[in-house]
Design a protein. Structure first.
Length: 421
């Protein structure tokens, strides 16, 4: 197994919680077992390459601390992880390399974030909510018309909605949507760690393809702007300074990678949770006002981004340990989401959980997910519409988990639609 070899070559034993988390395929379906093991060892655990934490309070504070910065591919990764830098060899923009939002800190981050937020407004999200509703209705009409009773709901539904939304944002014409979907599928694991070589190569192909396509697309939008957010971003400026081509491509690339598989995974995991908990589905059917809490509860239990990492900028003390500059701390968001100090009965799925929104699945601090409001709206509409139309939907078999470690979800989830409402 490529990942096991990756660690073995670097002298990292599988007993190390960090290696287990990343390399052990047995933990992919239920990583909670490893998170529990880390929790029992204390709030901050030293692994061979990085520190690890599943402590909600520690993660919350760390993400807001100026003593740490985000990981930069090609920049500040510790020795054994330098291999990830192969990603940048092709010269294609990587979502974790400058000038992407996720890889820069103030003052650049402040400027980019302000410009992107100026087009990513609450009004824009509301318009997109209507679009999602339309796409969801159309997709389900097509499923009914096809007469199919069993479908793989991930490609048939979960993947199509986020792609439609991202295409809307980026101004991708309908005829090009299939290509963007292909780039997204290949490039999405760029946010993952411990990829095997074939996965590396696929990611690189996706990033290169998308980058080349974007250059032409941005040139086209400069000539013929549409009413999409990308066209607006091209003409947005602060103190007379516009984003240059590289910055625009980096932003679009990040939106593709950050907004694509994350939402697909949340939808797949959400469907699975509801089918496995008919009592909770019944609560939603009786009281649809619970849907927005339910989506947060799904985010909490099945965090589509299981972990993120930060790098210490200087010598510092953290949870009783001394960290040197450059130390890597893996913040296991999904582990923090099950911290019993914050969430009562943390493994229980409760669509009415009062503090479900306290999850860490959108990270925190200045890099807090820019698409959070959109992702929440999109998921609520997608899931509510699916279960309104097919209240008796059930899963068939167990589905197939994605072979990724940071990203978490199903690549395939066959369902039986049941009698339509
Ligand atoms: C950042 C999760 C959907 C755009 C992030 C981060 C997380 C995350 C954890 C921060 C990573 C870190 O701090 O290291 C998610 C989840 C989603 C989702 C779970 C869906 C369920 C979206 C969507 C978009 C989006 C739909 C846009 C269309 C972004 C951007 C950033 C980001 C631009 C970088 C923000 C910055 O660095 O300032 N997301 N995301 N995300 N996300 Fe999302």
């Amino acid at each position: 197994h490529g990942v096991v070899r990756f660690f073995a070559q670097r002298g990292i034993k599988l007993g190390d919680p960090q290696a287990k988390l990343i390399a052990d395929p047995a933990t992919r379906a239920d990583p909670g077992v490893v998170y529990q093991e880390i929790r029992e060892r204390g709030p901050l655990v030293k692994g061979r390459v990085a520190y690890l934490t599943v402590d909600h309070g520690l993660i919350f504070d760390l993400l807001r601390s100026d003593d740490f910065r985000t990981v930069v591919v090609g920049g500040n990764l510790p020795g054994p992880l330098k291999v990830i830098e192969r990603h940048t060899r092709s010269g294609a923009l990587h979502p974790l390399a400058p000038p992407s939002l996720l890889s820069v800190e103030p003052p650049s981050h402040t400027r980019y974030r302000k410009l992107v937020s100026s087009v990513f407004t609450a009004r824009a999200v509301n318009t997109m909510r209507d679009d999602v509703q339309r796409v969801a209705d159309t997709l389900l009409d097509e499923l009914v018309a096809s007469g199919a009773t069993t479908v793989d709901i991930v490609p048939a539904y979960c993947a199509k909605l986020p792609v439609a939304v991202i295409s809307d944002i980026l101004g991708v014409p309908e005829s090009e949507q299939k290509r963007v979907l292909e780039f997204g599928e290949l490039a999405a694991p760029s946010l993952d760690v411990g990829l095997t070589w074939p996965q590396f190569r696929e990611v690189e192909t996706g990033l290169q393809g998308f980058d080349a396509w974007l250059s032409d697309h941005i040139a086209e939008l400069r000539k013929n702007p549409g009413d999409d957010l990308m066209s607006q971003l091209i003409s947005a400026s602060e103190d007379g300074v516009f984003l240059n081509d590289r910055e625009l491509r980096a932003t679009a690339g990040l939106v593709l990678a950050a907004g694509f598989e994350t939402t697909v995974n949340l939808l797949g995991s959400g469907i699975d949770l509801l089918v496995r908990h008919p009592d909770q589905l019944a609560r939603l059917q009786n009281d649809p006002s619970l849907w927005s809490t339910a989506v947060d509860e799904m985010l909490r239990l099945e965090s589509p981004v299981q972990m993120t990492a930060r790098v210490a900028r200087k010598d510092l003390e953290l949870a009783g340990k001394h960290l040197e500059p450059g130390s890597l701390v893996v913040c296991v968001l999904a582990g923090g989401n099950r911290d019993p100090k914050v969430f009562e009965n943390p493994d229980r799925f409760d669509v009415g959980r009062a503090n479900a929104g306290k999850h860490l699945s959108f990270s925190g601090g200045r890099h807090f997910c820019l698409g959070a409001a959109l992702a929440r709206a999109e998921s609520e509409v997608a899931l509510r519409t699916l279960f309104d139309r097919f209240p008796h939907l059930t899963t068939v078999g167990t589905g197939t988990r994605r072979d990724t470690r940071v990203l978490h979800g199903y690549s395939s989830l066959p369902v039986s639609l049941g009698e339509p409402a």
